[in-house]
Design a binder for this molecule. Sequence first.
Ligand SMILES: *Cc1c(COP(=O)(O)O)cnc(C)c1O
Length: 310
Amino acid sequence: MTSPDTPGIAALRPRLPSPVQEVVDDRFERRGVRLLLKRDDLIHPELIGNKWRKLAPNLAAAAGRAVVTFGGAWSNHLRATAAAGRLLGIPTIGVVRGDELAGRPLNPSLARCAADGMRLHFVDRATYRGKSEPRTLAGILRAADAEEAYVVPEGGSNAEAVRGCRALGAELRGRAEAVAVACGTGGTLAGLAAGLAPGERALGVPVLKGGFLAAETDALQRAAFGGRRGTWSLDERFHCGGYARVPAELDAFAADFEHRHGLPVERLYVAKLLYGLVTLVGESAFPRGTAVAAVITGRPFPETSARLLL
Ligand SMILES: *Cc1c(COP(=O)(O)O)cnc(C)c1O
């Protein structure tokens, strides 16, 4: 029914469990901490990382209906949904924040969505912000001609998605004392924490500014599991100015990490996570002799890095 193993999406042959790779990094070694990379970026070439884990149960629940979802102009979630639609033959509709984008040439991210067959519907920012209100949502769906479609919320985080992310924690049981992940909606963190073994903890690094994520992650856990699950916390210090802000210092950090470890570092989320972890280990936040796992939730989308350097 809603299992990620439902035929259809399973035919796309995900690489699950995703590989765990230990890397030697002197900044961690010096503190007696082992660093593991949980390579969710290798799950599928197009349905990458946590986007696979969150979309798979929703696509199963959609049962072949068209899927409508929401995102900004550079949304990894919109791209993943569009790719899934193409691969599985499911119609997709993307509601995009910002009606000023309509009628202009599409940016490379939205162009990819369109090339994958996603129908794009642009909405002004005020209406978009109101989409969690049922009447506003109904209006958007009507205008987008998507009233019959299966609705996946912005960022793909609903109860199905959060339950899908439990497997990420389960795959890491017994491997690390702490597992860190970059957060947008908090859905991946909510599921990850629920899947870890007792005594293991999840650490979220929000890439958006605002300090609202603890309440949202809590609400997602309540929706998915009926209450708080596992041990998790947030460190709000590493958003680097807010969503899609990539200051030169962060970009240089990411380029250096790529050079050290041969790992392509996605800038909007993964770079902030790794930057946060290096800072934390420098602060002796992890006891000597422990292992920390960093979830590599994505891969760089080639066209974004240059555009987003602010
Ligand atoms: C979407 C995304 C996230 C955020 O996941 P949430 O479940 O929304 O917190 C993290 N990393 C990457 C690379 C993403 O694309």
